[in-house]
Design a protein around this ligand. Structure first.
Ligand code: BDP
Length: 716
C-alpha cells in the first residue's frame, strides 16, 4: 500500500510527459511545431505577436489557422488576432485585395495567384511583417514559408523574400486502387477510404492536404494510372468530390486517372475509338458531369497503350488523337490532359528504352493546347540511376512535364534509406545541350526555353496509412524534397535535406551534419549495391524486391533482367551506341558523343550505354569485373556505415523514431550485402571469374540466393 502511494505521484509525472514522447511517431511530418529554445523564442515572439488580417476566404483562413497553430506550438503562446496593425510585431497576412496590404504600397504585380512576398515593413509607425500573396494560395504558401523560417531557426527581423513557383501544376500521382491497395505502395493501404466516402471524412485527409500545401503542391491525382473505369461513375465521383472539398481550402485540386476504354466499360458504347463522334460526345458529357461534382477539377491523367492498358492505338489511332479528344472534352471547363509518355507495348522492340522518344517525337506539335506530355525522369523506369529521358530538350512544340517516383519501387521500398532529392537534382540539373549547351532539364520544362504556358511536374506518391505516412521516417524526406523542387527546381538537394532534417528532427548541428551527409550519399550507395556502373533492372520479378539478375522467365522479353544486362561469359551491358541499338542518338549530338566514349563518360552509366568485355579496363585501371566487385562491395559497406552513423546519434532525437530508423538501417545493411553477394555470385558464375580474393566472399552459394522467393512482398 505504502509503496503504491509513493509511486502515484511519480506515475503522474511520467504520464504528464508520456504523451509528448508518444506523439513522436512521425505522424506530424515536418510540421511538428515544437517549442523553440528559450533563448530564441523572445525574438520570434516580438516579430509575430499579433496575426493581422482584414480579409476572409477559404484558403486564407487555412493560412491564418496554420500560422496560429504553428506560432502557438513554436512560441508557446497564441498570437493575438486583429484586423489592424496596432502594435509592434504584427504579422499582416493577406492578398493584393486586402485594403491593409494595399495601404503598404508593395509591388505585388507578377506574383500570380501562388506567388508571395514576405517583407519587414513599417505599418503606420509600427514594425510589422507582411505576408502578401498574389492570391489566397500565395498567402498560404507564404504562411508556411514564414513558419519554416522559425522552424529552421532563421532570422525573421529583416525579411525581403519574393517567391513564385516554377511550375503551374505541382502534383502528386497516387497509384491507389479502389479496393484500398496501393500499386508500388510500401506505407500500408491507401489513404482514401472509398468505402466510407463521402459520408465519413477521415481527419487525415486534411492533414494530407496541409502537408502538401506546406510544400506548395497544388494538385493530386487520387487513383492509379492502371485505373478502373468505375472511378468515373457517379458513385465514385461523389466520393472524389468529397475529397476535393477537403483539399480545396488548402489550394489543392483533384485530378483523376481516366481509363481510355471507359466509354465501353461504363458507357455502353461498343468502341472507344477517339475519332468516333459518339465516343467524343460521351467524354464531353462525362467531363461536364465531373465538373458538376467538382467545379475546380484539374483534369485527366492517362496511361494509354502501355503495359496492356487500353488506348487509341487499339483503334489504329495515335496518342495525339486520343489525347486531343479528351482535351476537347475538358477544354470548356478549363481542364487539362496529362498524357503519359511511359509507353511500351505491341511486341518487344530492339530496345524498349528507345520507344517512348520515337513515338512522341513523331507527334510533336500535334497536341491540343491543354495537353501536356508526362514523361518519367529516365527512359526506362525509375531505376536507381538512369540518364535523363531524351524527350527533355528535344520535344519543343508540346509542353512536357516531369514524373518522378517518390515511392521507391526500385530503391528498397520502405526500409532502405535512399534520399531521392539527390536523384531529382541530378535529373533536373542535367545539361540536355538542347537547344544549346547550358540548358538543364529544368529549363526545358519550366516554360523558359520553349515558351509554353502550361507547365507541370508530378511525383508518384509514397503515402499510405502507416502512422509515419511514407513507410519510413526518412522516406518523408523524399515527399518533402519533391514538393520543394516542384516549387523551385533549382533548390539544392543538400539544402533541402538539411531543411527537412531540422524540421523533422532537431536543429542541433552535431546531429545535422552526419545525417545530411548520410542522406546525400545514400542514393549512390543504393545504386552501388544494387546496380553499379549503369546496370539496371536487376530486381526480382514483378514485386521488385531483392536481387535477381537471373530472371529470364517472364512472358515479355523486356520484363526479363537478362534482356537488360545481357551478361554472358565474354561481356556484359546493353550497347545503346551506334554499334548497338543507337538509342544514344536520341540525345543531343555533343552529349551522344560523350555517352558513346567510355573514356569521357561518367562511368556510373557505363553499362547502360555499352556492352563491354569483362577484362575491359575502366578509368580506375581495374578490369570491368574487378571494378564491379569493388563497387558492389563499397555499396554494401556504405550501408553498414549508415547503420553505424545512426547508432552514434542516439539521444539527439526521441527514442521511438531513433529505434525505428536504426532497425530499418539494419535491414538495409543486411539486404545490401544480400544484393551484393547474390549479384556477384551470379555474375561470377556467368563470367567464370572468381570474386577477387581481397574482397569478402558471399555468405551463401548461388543456389541459395536463387532459391529465395517472396510471393507476398508488398506493392503489387
Ligand atoms: C512501373 C511499375 C508499374 C506501373 C508502371 C507505370 O512497375 O506498377 O504501373 O511503372 O508507371 O514502374 O505505369
Amino acid at each position: 500500500m505504502r509503496l503504491l502511494t509513493l509511486l502515484t505521484p511519480l506515475a503522474a509525472l511520467w504520464l504528464a510527459f508520456a504523451p509528448a514522447a508518444q506523439a513522436e511517431d512521425g505522424y506530424d511530418l515536418w510540421l511538428r511545431y515544437h517549442p523553440v529554445e528559450a533563448e530564441h523564442a523572445e525574438d520570434y515572439r516580438a516579430a509575430a505577436a499579433a496575426l493581422v488580417s482584414d480579409e476572409r476566404g477559404e484558403v486564407l483562413d487555412s493560412a491564418l489557422a496554420e500560422l496560429e497553430r504553428g506560432l502557438t506550438g513554436l512560441l508557446g503562446e497564441a498570437p493575438e488576432r486583429s484586423d489592424r496593425a496596432s502594435s509592434d510585431g504584427s504579422l499582416i497576412v493577406g492578398t493584393a485585395s486586402s485594403p491593409l496590404i494595399g495601404s503598404l504600397g508593395l509591388d505585388l504585380s507578377d506574383l500570380g495567384e501562388d506567388g508571395y512576398v514576405i517583407r519587414s515593413v513599417d505599418a503606420d509607425g509600427q514594425r510589422a511583417t507582411v505576408i502578401a500573396g498574389g492570391g489566397e494560395t500565395g498567402a498560404l504558401y507564404g504562411a508556411f514559408h514564414y513558419l519554416r523560417l522559425i522552424q529552421t531557426r532563421q532570422d525573421v527581423a529583416d525579411l525581403d523574400i519574393t517567391e513564385r513557383p516554377a511550375f503551374g501544376v505541382r502534383m502528386l500521382n497516387h497509384w491507389d486502387n479502389l479496393d484500398g491497395t496501393v500499386e508500388r505502395g510500401y506505407a500500408g493501404f491507401s489513404l482514401w477510404d472509398w468505402h466510407k466516402l463521402p459520408h465519413y471524412l477521415d481527419p487525415r485527409y486534411t492533414d494530407y492536404a496541409r502537408a502538401n500545401a506546406s510544400l506548395g503542391i497544388n494538385g493530386t491525382a487520387v487513383n492509379n494510372v492502371n485505373t478502373d473505369a468505375l472511378s468515373l461513375t457517379p458513385q465514385y465521383l461523389e466520393k472524389a468530390a468529397a475529397l476535393a472539398d477537403v483539399f480545396r481550402p488548402w489550394g489543392i485540386r483533384l485530378y483523376l486517372s481516366a481509363r481510355f476504354s471507359a466509354p465501353v466499360e461504363i458507357g455502353g458504347l461498343d468502341t472507344a475509338d477517339p475519332l468516333d463522334p459518339a465516343v467524343a460526345a460521351w467524354w464531353a458529357d462525362k467531363a461536364a458531369e465531373v465538373y458538376d461534382y467538382i467545379p475546380d477539377f484539374g483534369g485527366f491523367l492517362v496511361k494509354a497503350n502501355s503495359e496492356g492498358q487500353p488506348g487509341p492505338q487499339d483503334y489504329g489511332r495515335t496518342h495525339a488523337d486520343g489525347a486531343n479528344m479528351l482535351a476537347a472534352a475538358l477544354e470548356p471547363h478549363g481542364g487539362i490532359v496529362l498524357w503519359r509518355a511511359f509507353v511500351y507495348d505491341e511486341g518487344v522492340p530492339v530496345d524498349r528504352v528507345a520507344q517512348s522518344y520515337d513515338e512522341f517525337m513523331a507527334l510533336d506539335g500535334q497536341f491540343a493546347d491543354n495537353v501536356i506530355i508526362q514523361s518519367k525522369n529516365g527512359p526506362l523506369d525509375f531505376q536507381p540511376r538512369e540518364p535523363f529521358h531524351p524527350l527533355f530538350g528535344a520535344m519543343e512544340q508540346t509542353p512536357l512535364m516531369m514524373e518522378f517516383q517518390i515511392t521507391k519501387e526500385y530503391l528498397g521500398h520502405a526500409t532502405h534509406l535512399a534520399y531521392m532529392g539527390e536523384l531529382y537534382e541530378e535529373t533536373l540539373q542535367w545539361d540536355t545541350m538542347r537547344p544549346e549547351p547550358g540548358t538543364p532539364v529544368a529549363r526545358t520544362i519550366d516554360g523558359s526555353v520553349f515558351g509554353h504556358e502550361l507547365t507541370a511536374i508530378a511525383g508518384v506518391a509514397n503515402t499510405g496509412t502507416d502512422r509515419n505516412w511514407s513507410g519510413s521516417q526518412f522516406n518523408q524526406a523524399n515527399w518533402h524534397a519533391f514538393g520543394r523542387l516542384a516549387w523551385n527546381p533549382d533548390l539544392a538537394a543538400r539544402d533541402l535535406a538539411e531543411e527537412w532534417a531540422r524540421m523533422t528532427f532537431t536543429n542541433d548541428a552535431e546531429f545535422l551534419e552526419p545525417v545530411v551527409d548520410m542522406m546525400m550519399t545514400s542514393r549512390e550507395t543504393v545504386a552501388d549495391y544494387m546496380t553499379p556502373l549503369g546496370l539496371h533492372h536487376l530486381m526480382n520479378a514483378s514485386h521488385h524486391y531483392g536481387p535477381a539478375p537471373w530472371v529470364d522467365f517472364r512472358e515479355r522479353e523486356d520484363w526479363n533482367n537478362v534482356y537488360f544486362h545481357r551478361a554472358d561469359e565474354t561481356a556484359i551491358g546493353f550497347d545503346r551506341t551506334a554499334s548497338g541499338s543507337d538509342q544514344v542518338s536520341q540525345y543531343a549530338p555533343e552529349l551522344a558523343e560523350v555517352f558513346s566514349d567510355t573514356a569521357r563518360m561518367d562511368e556510373r552509366l557505363l553499362l547502360w550505354f555499352h556492352r563491354l568485355e569483362w577484362d575491359f579496363r575502366v578509368q580506375s585501371g581495374r578490369t570491368l569485373w574487378e571494378e564491379m566487385a569493388q563497387r558492389y562491395t563499397e555499396g554494401a559497406r556504405g550501408a553498414t556505415a549508415m547503420r553505424e552513423t545512426w547508432e552514434g546519434l542516439e539521444g539527439f532525437i526521441d527514442q521511438r523514431r531513433h529505434d525505428e530508423i536504426a532497425a530499418f538501417l539494419a535491414i538495409q545493411e543486411r539486404e545490401a550485402w544480400w544484393w551484393r553477394d547474390a549479384c556477384l555470385s551470379w555474375f561470377s558464375d556467368i563470367s567464370g571469374l572468381p570474386i577477387p580474393e581481397d574482397l569478402p566472399q558471399p555468405e551463401h552459394d548461388l543456389e541459395y540466393y536463387m532459391s529465395l522467393s517472396f510471393p507476398h512482398a508488398p506493392g503489387i
